[in-house]
Each structure stands twice: as C-alpha cells, then as structure tokens.
Write a protein that binds this ligand. Structure first.
Ligand code: IMP
Ligand code: MG
Length: 173
C-alpha cells in the first residue's frame, strides 16, 4: 500500500490569485507599447501560466519549452532541454515564466540560452522562490512568494509527477 503523504497548506487559492493579479498588473504596466512573448517552462508552470496570462490587460503572445532536472525531492543538477520554443524571438521582449526557483540552475540555464538569441529584453516571473544561496542577480524579476527551503507541491508543482492538480500550494512533509 502507498504511504499517505503529509501536507501542510502554505498558500490558499485566494492568496495565490491575489498575488497573480498583482504581478499581471505590474507586467501590464511595463509592456504598454510592445507585445511580449511569455514563455511557459513546462511542466510545473502550466497552471500559474494560464492564470497569469489571463490576468494581463495587454496583448501578448505565448510559447512553451520543457526542461527537466528533478527526481523526487532532489535536483540531479543536470538540466535537459526536452522541448524548445518554436518562435523566432530575436528582437522580442521575452518573459520566462517559472513555477519555482530553487538553486537557480534552471533559470540560469534558460537565461544563458535566451541571451544568445538577441532578444530585446528578458524578464523572469516565478510563482515561488526559495530563499537561498544563489550567486547571481536576476534582472527584471517578478516573484510571487519567497519561501523557506521546503519541498512544495500543488498548483502545478509535483512530487514525482503527482499532486500538480491540487488547487493550493502545500509543503510536503
Ligand atoms: P532549480 O534549478 O534548483 O532552481 O529548480 C528549478 C526547478 O526544480 C523548478 O522549475 C521545479 O520544476 C523544480 N523544483 C524545485 N523546487 C521544487 C519544489 O519544492 N517542488 C516542486 N518542484 C520543485
Ligand atoms: Mg519547473
């Protein structure tokens, strides 16, 4: 029999929606003249992404990419690009939308990749960011919530592909 996981609620639906609307508002204010491309980092960002783009009051385009590095609660440290974007992004404003930034390795990998493509600007949105040790500065950054070093699931975030469909964000004990 599977052991039942132990969850502790961290953010409820209302808190998440309120924060998404605030971020949507800031992004809308910063891109009034040119249409940005929002890039959803699959799999974890898909629910946050869907709500975020609907909170924008500006015109936008969207694209998707997929990276993987985690097994269970640990990063393997090796980032694999499983699916690339399909648009030509040269000269465009790019907004990378991540579920969570932990060690910063994934976002660093993506920033490096996008910097080679002559984008007009690169911004990063992350629903969550774990307060820790990372050694580089993000520019044009929108963060939903800063959290402690704990493993979280729900609202798109998984543990071994499970729990993405939970409507709230939970700490997995
Ligand atoms: P990083 O490369 O260590 O910053 O990790 C980034 C990726 O690892 C995120 O995009 C998530 O997919 C995954 N990840 C990191 N921490 C968690 C967590 O607490 N729950 C679920 N996924 C996580
Ligand atoms: Mg992710």
């Amino acid at each position: 029999m599977k052991k039942k996981p132990n969850f502790e609620i961290l953010f409820n639906k209302a808190q998440i929606q309120k924060r998404i609307n605030q971020i949507g508002c800031s992004i809308s204010k910063n891109f009034t003249t040119e249409i940005p491309i929002l890039v959803c980092v699959l799999n974890g960002s898909f629910i946050f992404f869907a709500d975020l783009i609907r909170s924008l009051s500006i015109d936008c385009e969207i694209d998707f990419l997929k990276v993987s590095s985690y097994r269970g609660k640990k990063t393997t440290g090796k980032i694999i690009l499983e699916k690339d974007i399909s648009f030509n992004i040269s000269g465009r404003h790019i907004i990378i939308v991540e579920d969570i930034i932990d060690s910063g390795k994934t976002i660093n990998f993506l920033l490096k990749k996008f910097k080679e493509k002559n984008c007009r600007s690169i911004s990063v949105v992350a629903m969550l960011k774990k307060s820790n040790k990372f050694n580089f500065q993000l520019i044009n950054e929108y963060i939903g919530f800063e959290i402690k070093q704990e493993f979280v699931v729900g609202f798109g975030l998984d543990y071994n592909q499970r729990f993405r469909n939970l409507k709230e964000i939970y700490i997995l004990k």
